[in-house]
Design a protein around this ligand. Structure first.
Ligand code: ASP
Length: 344
C-alpha cells in the first residue's frame, strides 16, 4: 500500500478551464481532461489525484445553493477516501461558495481548498498552473503526526492562502484577485509554502463531519447611499417574501437619521425579519453603539454582523433561515462565530 496523499479535485468551471470561442471570442468552458493536458507537471507531484467534473462546467456567475449542496454531497461521499479536496471554481463568486461551504461542512477536519485563475490554463501567462499545483500541495500537506496542516475551507490565490469565509474578490484583472478581510493569511507560497499555524483552525481528533444541505435564499443585500428614497426602501424591506436583509451601512455601522428608515427597520424586525448590519468598508467591524447614527439601528432591532464579509453574512443567513430555527436563535447565531467568520 502506498502512503502517498490522495486528493480529489472537484472541477466546477470558471476561467481556469476555459477556451476562446473562435467565432464570438467569448470564453467558454471545456472539459477537465483538456485541463490536465495543460498541466503535465501534476504527474511529478507525489500525490494521487482524482477528479470529478460538473457537467457542464459553469461560469461561477451561475453558481447557486443547489450546486453548493452538490459540492457538499461529493465531499461527504468521498470524505474518508481522500486526504483533502481542491475545488476549481470561477473567481466571480468563489468567496460566496467558500463561505457557504464553511457553514455547510460543520466540524470539517480536512483541507478544502478553492482556487481558480484570471487567465485560462492554456494561456501563455496563465496564473492557473501555479494556483492549481500549489492548492493541491496545500490540500495534501500533513504534519509529522499525519494530521492535515490546514483542516478548513480556504481560498488559495496568487501566493496567498486565506480563510475562505474571510475572502472577497477585490480585483477583476490583477492576479492578486482576492483579499482576506479582517483576518491574517494562513500561508504564503513563495519559494516554499510557509504556513502560519497560529492563524489556522486547530485539528481536533475524533470530530465527525456533519454535512448540511438546507438553504433559504429569500433574502436581499441592500446598500445605503446618500439620497436613498423612502418609498423604495419601504417596498424593498416590506416585501413579504423577504425573510432576511444584509444591510450595508456606512463606517462602523451607521445610517442616516431618518425616522422613516428607523420605522421601516423596526416594522420589519417586528414581523420576524432578520436584519444584519454589515459595513460597506473593506476592513473593520460594525459598532452600532459608537454613534447615534448606529444606536438608532440597534434600537430598531438590527443585529451586528460584526466584522463578517458580505459573502459570509449572506450565506450564513441563508443557511440559518434554511434550518427553520426560531427567530431569536437565528439572531443570536448571526453575531457569533461558526467557522471563524467573525473575530471573537
Ligand atoms: N466569469 C468567471 C467565473 O467566475 C471568471 C473567473 O473564473 O475568474 O466563472
Amino acid at each position: 500500500m502506498d502512503n502517498k496523499a490522495s486528493i480529489l479535485i472537484i472541477y466546477t468551471g470558471g476561467t481556469i478551464g476555459m477556451i476562446q470561442n473562435a467565432e464570438t471570442g467569448a470564453l467558454e468552458s471545456f472539459n477537465f481532461d483538456h485541463l490536465l493536458k495543460h498541466v503535465p507537471e501534476l504527474k511529478h507531484l507525489n500525490i494521487n489525484i482524482d477528479a470529478i467534473t460538473f457537467t457542464p462546467p459553469i461560469d461561477s456567475s451561475d453558481m447557486e445553493p443547489a450546486l453548493w449542496s452538490r459540492i457538499v454531497e461529493i465531499i461527504e461521499k468521498n470524505y474518508e477516501r481522500y486526504d483533502g479536496f481542491v475545488i476549481l471554481h470561477g473567481t466571480d463568486t468563489m468567496s460566496f461558495t467558500a463561505s457557504a461551504l464553511s457553514f455547510m461542512l460543520e466540524d470539517l477536519m480536512k483541507p478544502v481548498i478553492l482556487t481558480g485563475s484570471q487567465l485560462p490554463i492554456g494561456a501563455l501567462r496563465t496564473d492557473g498552473k501555479e494556483n492549481l499545483i500549489t492548492a493541491i500541495e496545500i490540500a495534501a500537506a500533513k504534519n509529522a503526526d499525519g494530521t492535515p496542516v490546514v483542516p478548513e475551507v480556504c481560498v488559495f490565490f496568487h501566493e496567498k492562502l486565506m480563510r475562505g469565509n474571510r475572502t472577497t474578490k477585490v480585483n477583476s484583472e490583477s492576479f492578486g484577485a482576492f483579499h482576506s478581510n479582517n483576518y491574517p493569511l494562513l500561508a504564503m507560497a513563495g519559494t516554499d509554502i510557509q504556513f502560519y499555524t497560529r492563524n489556522i483552525r486547530k485539528y481536533i481528533p475524533g470530530l465527525k463531519l456533519k454535512a448540511h444541505h438546507e438553504y433559504n435564499s429569500n433574502i436581499i443585500i441592500f446598500s445605503l447611499f446618500p439620497g436613498i428614497q423612502k418609498e423604495v426602501v419601504e417596498r424593498l424591506i416590506g416585501e413579504k417574501d423577504v425573510k432576511g436583509i444584509i444591510f450595508r451601512t456606512y463606517g462602523a455601522g451607521n445610517a442616516p437619521q431618518k425616522k422613516w428608515l428607523v420605522d421601516a427597520l423596526s416594522k420589519a424586525t417586528a414581523e420576524g425579519k432578520i436584519i444584519v448590519n454589515i459595513t460597506q468598508c473593506a476592513g473593520g467591524s460594525v459598532h452600532m453603539e459608537r454613534y447615534e447614527t448606529g444606536l438608532q439601528l440597534l434600537e430598531a432591532g438590527v443585529i451586528s454582523g460584526k466584522d463578517s464579509t458580505v459573502e459570509a453574512a449572506t450565506t450564513k443567513l441563508m443557511y440559518l433561515l434554511g434550518k427553520n430555527l426560531p427567530t431569536e436563535e437565528i439572531r443570536r447565531r448571526m453575531s457569533i462565530s461558526f467557522a471563524g467568520e467573525i473575530s471573537e
